[in-house]
Design a protein around this ligand. Structure first.
Ligand SMILES: CC(=O)N[C@H]1[C@@H](OP(=O)(O)OP(=O)(O)OC[C@H]2O[C@@H](n3ccc(=O)[nH]c3=O)[C@H](O)[C@@H]2O)O[C@H](CO)[C@@H](O)[C@@H]1O[C@H](C)C(=O)N[C@@H](C)C(=O)N[C@H](CCC(=O)O)C(=O)O
Ligand SMILES: Nc1ncnc2c1ncn2[C@@H]1O[C@H](COP(=O)(O)OP(=O)(O)OP(=O)(O)O)[C@@H](O)[C@H]1O
Ligand SMILES: N[C@H](CCC[C@H](N)C(=O)O)C(=O)O
Ligand SMILES: [Mg+2]
Length: 486
């Protein structure tokens, strides 16, 4: 492809060199550059892409996109821009022939519920014959192909490639999670979203966003790049604020909620250990809905997915058939199978709000004790650790604090941060660094009718300890221990 065409709509500060040349690919990591590539230098949190220009040129880069001054290099075109992350998204979209232009992209943002809602949307649409791609935490899916997800929302280059593949396979609809990181770091800049969804906003990722206001503003960016509808949970105070802010836009605002009469809401809610039933009310139809995951938060997630399908024009019957065929989402309130007399739930609650929701939901049907096994990820928001300790302590009868993904941190220090919070409660607890041993201890202590919650890692099949990633799946480990016990 000609460089000239690739940068046609890119706002540039300066171009030094030839633009009428052919380029064969784009890379933002110098180690991935090949012959006749464009290397986009991004300033990162750990290092700076501008430092790897020599390596990129050795690898075959013919073009550099930079946001810092760089000395001229013979035979290399240097394009200076204001923001190279944004530039990456513009040229990536051009490189893959602007795939999202005629696609229905549904973006879901918020602290909790994104994965669940995107799964629900995909299931409802697929059930009604609409092929729907999926991009998010668990995996990226196109028809029956599945790609490993390194990030919830991939970098723009990988993202546009996924969209191109969808388009080539005639999958014209995509439900995707839009993380706050991806909005702040312009991974989704320029995407033509048809629908944007806001679930809720509670404490997380303050290591990156610094304060909740920045975090909220990052999320709100999504609603300024949608064409058909913005769907907002107005029971959430930040959702309510965002709804008011975006009400001036041309895009239609559809509110959902339970506490207040929103455009789409649920009435007569009945929660059971097996799920929930409610009456759905929309501006054009009303009817009963039954879902297979318990908890009020599951009703919110169902309402979000239903609102999307409503905005896309699906009928009540189509929505009901679709949502009622969903059995559950991997690692989201997933009951461990073959547990004989034990009830063990694996859940991806790794934020204070998620943990509180999961435990409150269990409390609604727990007949005896609740035993919680959890930790917190290393190299991530530290402020949530004592908060999660306190929540787990208040809502459980016994806790085992253990390791999540400690990454580069000493796991003992993370556990001690959590302990600060649990100490404020009267809950009995143990600290066991080894997660398998922690789960074993929980099972050993589990009496008849007790419930064990293993929180924080959900669908994850690995554990990151230092530089190593080992196989670890809470669901399989629990089953293994139960088998050993027999
Ligand atoms: C904090 C964060 O989001 N970091 C992302 C960011 O990395 P960075 O820019 O800081 O990278 P860096 O290591 O400083 O390197 C800077 C530049 O130098 C380049 N480089 C580096 C070394 C080298 O030898 N050559 C070279 O060219 C790098 O490729 C990069 O372009 O840009 C990278 C490229 O897109 C991302 O992979 C990386 O995500 C890391 C892996 C990450 O862990 N991100 C998490 C926090 C994240 O984004 N999570 C959200 C989900 C959150 C939620 O669940 O709500 C997500 O969407 O996944
Ligand atoms: N609407 C909700 N409100 C509060 N908590 C929720 C909600 N939906 C799910 N949860 C809790 O949060 C956990 C994560 O849910 P889910 O994976 O759907 O969210 P996510 O937004 O995709 O998270 P992540 O940012 O890690 O990708 C669940 O395991 C559950 O405990
Ligand atoms: N998307 C979240 C996932 C956290 C999951 C938890 N198991 C951890 O590793 O901290 C994040 O990157 O913060
Ligand atoms: Mg997710």
């Amino acid at each position: 492809m000609k460089l000239k065409a690739l940068i046609e709509n890119l706002s540039v500060i300066d171009i030094n060199g030839e633009v009428n040349i052919d380029v064969e690919g784009i890379a933002y990591d110098s180690r991935k550059v090949k012959k006749n590539y464009i290397f986009v230098c991004m300033v990162g949190m750990k290092t700076d892409g501008h430092k790897y220009i020599d390596q990129a040129i050795k690898g075959g880069a013919k073009v550099l996109i930079v946001q810092k001054d760089v000395a001229a290099i013979k035979g290399v075109t240097i394009i200076k821009v204001e923001n190279s992350r944004k530039a990456l998204s513009v040229i990536s979209s051009n490189f893959y022939k602007n795939p999202t232009e005629n696609m229905d992209i549904i973006g879901v943002t918020g602290t909790n519920g994104k994965t669940t809602i995107t799964y629900l949307i995909r299931n409802i649409l697929e059930k009604n014959g609409i092929h729907t791609g999926l991009i998010g935490t668990i995996a990226h899916k196109i028809l029956d192909k599945e790609y490993k997800a390194n990030n919830t929302t991939p970098e723009s280059l990988e993202l546009q490639k996924l969209f191109k593949e969808m388009k080539d396979l005639k999958v014209n609809t995509c439900a995707m999670e839009v993380s706050s990181h991806s909005l702040a770091l312009d991974r989704v800049a320029g995407i033509n979203f048809k629908i944007g969804v806001f679930t809720n906003l509670t404490r997380d990722h303050l290591d990156f966003h610094e304060n909740i206001e920045n975090y909220k503003n990052a999320k709100a960016k999504l609603f300024y790049q949608t064409t058909l509808a913005n769907i907002i949970n107005i029971d959430d105070p930040y959702g309510d604020e965002i709804a008011k802010e975006i009400n001036v836009l041309d895009t239609k605002l559809i509110t959902y909620g339970i506490k207040r009469k929103a455009d789409i809401y649920a009435e007569d809610i009945r929660i059971s250990p097996k799920g929930a039933e409610f009456t759905l009310i929309t501006p054009t139809f009303k009817g009963s809905i039954s879902i297979a995951t318990p908890g009020m938060f599951s009703v919110y997630n169902a309402l979000a997915a239903i609102s999307v399908c409503y905005a896309l024009g699906l009928s009540y019957e189509q929505i009901k058939n679709g949502i009622e065929s969903v059995k559950g989402v991997p690692g989201r309130f997933e009951a461990v199978q073959d547990t004989k007399n034990h009830t063990i739930i694996v859940d991806y609650s790794h934020t204070p709000d998620a943990l509180e929701n999961a435990l409150n939901t269990i409390k609604e049907f727990a007949e005896r004790r609740i035993i919680t096994v959890f930790g917190c990820g290393g190299d991530r928001d530290k402020t949530k650790r004592p908060m999660m300790g306190e929540i787990a302590g208040k809502l459980s009868d016994f806790c085992i604090i253990t390791s999540d993904n400690p990454r580069s941190e000493n796991p003992i220090n993370i556990i001690k941060d959590i302990e600060v919070g649990i100490k404020k409660t009267y809950c009995k607890y143990k600290m066991i660094v080894d997660r398998k041993e922690a789960i074993k201890e929980a099972i050993k202590n589990c009496g008849e009718k007790d419930i064990i919650l293993i929180a924080g890692k959900g669908h994850e099949t690995y554990q990151i300890i230092g530089e190593k990633t080992i196989d670890f799946d809470d669901r399989k480990i629990a089953q293994e221990i139960l088998r050993e016990e027999i």
